[in-house]
Ligand binder design. Structure first.
Ligand SMILES: Nc1ncnc2c1ncn2[C@@H]1O[C@H](COP(=O)(O)OP(=O)(O)O)[C@@H](O)[C@H]1O
Ligand SMILES: [Mg+2]
Length: 375
């Protein structure tokens, strides 16, 4: 029986209560160590060998939103019936109380008077006590938990911002080039090439899909074996219309007849080359030349792609920052283009570097060549 008159937090009918009664005159009020833990903001529960609650402190009452009367002299599982609980929480409580001899902890969401709290239960085996004593402490971790949740939320928001600006950047580029491409097709009356349309519509679709399922944004396109000549040729051809609108001479040069394939993602490699060419064109004056060059370094086993321009160049002090996210020197720039290029080239296990002077800039991409397998 619990002595409610004296607001006791110690059961009166356990063997331990008997012990205490003989030792301490006021055993059945809150004991000094219980008070101390309460003052430290730590809830305390003591269970006997039958896993019956025998003691608790005020703090535990407050955290659990119950009075000692509800718990004391009852088996541990009464705690599962204190609050409506979902299966996960219930499972966690069962797992926790199953073996209190082991030091362990459990976080649980606990609703008191309509307020959600996060409680941390810890089992504290004390070597000095008998094996049949079980101690559990409870801490209120709502504030750190909320902070953690807030940080996660803010991360998500900034992630969303990043994807939004990525998408805006990609779509702007894709549409500008697509417009130029259509115009050129019309002028040359060469008839439209469905596969060219297809690539860029696919690119736009891809950007939009990434945006709409931003939870899955970290998912990358799969790697495949691709032939860089074709990819570069197609991309340059696609950009021709945009280049001639700007009065820039854009062309593709193949420096080696035997370029081996590489492992990359076709759409993403196009995306990288497109970004580099657009930057090069933005830096160039009318009549300027932009060259996309493809070469193979057989000694190192690398396929090299150079994007060269005769534009304004990048001042030395800025060189180390151009791949940084949101770094831009343009009024309408987003600063995500080169950041993305580097991320994509990294994912192909390649490298991207830059050299620049007042007479122009060269971006160089190295991609490991796919070695031929002989059986
Ligand atoms: N070919 C280039 N010539 C000169 N500056 C360049 C070139 N490519 C990139 N940059 C510089 O790098 C910055 C970052 O480029 P990028 O990430 O593509 O973002 P954005 O094009 O939106 O500014 C540009 O603002 C520009 O200052
Ligand atoms: Mg750019």
């Amino acid at each position: 029986m619990v002595n409610t008159d004296r607001q006791t937090l110690v059961s009166t009918n356990s063997p331990r209560a008997y012990q205490l009664r003989t030792l301490l005159p006021n055993y059945n009020t809150e004991r000094p160590e219980q008070i101390l833990l309460s003052k430290m903001g730590i809830g305390y529960l003591y269970l006997d060998e039958y896993l019956i609650f025998r003691e608790m402190n005020r703090c535990a009452e407050r955290f659990l939103g119950v009075t000692a009367k509800t718990l004391l002299d009852r088996q541990w599982f009464v705690i599962c019936n204190l609050r409506p609980m979902d299966r996960n929480n219930l499972r966690a409580l069962y797992d926790f109380f199953e073996d209190l001899q082991v030091e362990k902890q459990m976080e649980i969401k606990w609703t008191v008077k309509g307020c959600d709290r996060y409680l941390l239960f810890k089992s504290v085996p004390l070597e000095c006590e008998s094996k049949n004593d079980f101690y559990v402490t409870i801490e209120d971790i709502t504030v750190p938990k909320m902070l953690e949740e807030n940080i996660k939320h803010m991360d998500r928001l900034s992630h969303l911002g990043l994807i939004a600006s990525n998408t805006a950047h990609d779509l702007k580029n894709a549409f500008t080039c697509f417009k130029g491409f259509l115009q050129m097709e019309k002028e040359n009356e060469s008839g439209s090439k469905p596969e060219q349309w297809h690539h860029y519509l696919e690119f736009i679709q891809n950007s939009l899909e990434k945006f709409s399922s931003f939870a899955k944004v970290e998912q990358q396109n799969s790697l495949e074996i691709i032939h860089p000549q074709k990819t570069l040729q197609d991309t340059v051809r696609f950009l021709q219309g945009h280049a001639s609108n700007k009065g820039i001479h854009l062309h593709f040069e193949d420096r080696n007849r035997d370029i081996p394939p590489v492992v990359a993602n076709e759409l993403e490699l196009r995306h990288v080359i497109m970004n580099l060419c657009i930057n090069a064109m933005e830096a160039s004056k009318q009549e300027g030349e932009v060259i996309v060059e493809l070469d193979y370094d057989s000694e190192r086993g690398n396929v090299a792609i150079h994007v060269k321009d005769e534009g304004c160049g990048i001042p030395k002090v800025n060189l180390s920052r151009i791949f940084d996210l949101y770094y831009t020197t343009k009024q309408n720039g987003t600063g995500v283009g080169l950041y993305n290029c580097r991320k994509l080239i990294d994912s192909f296990h390649g490298t991207i570097s830059v050299e620049s002077s007042a007479t122009g800039t060269i971006f160089t991409i190295f991609l490991p060549a796919k070695k031929a397998h002989f059986f």
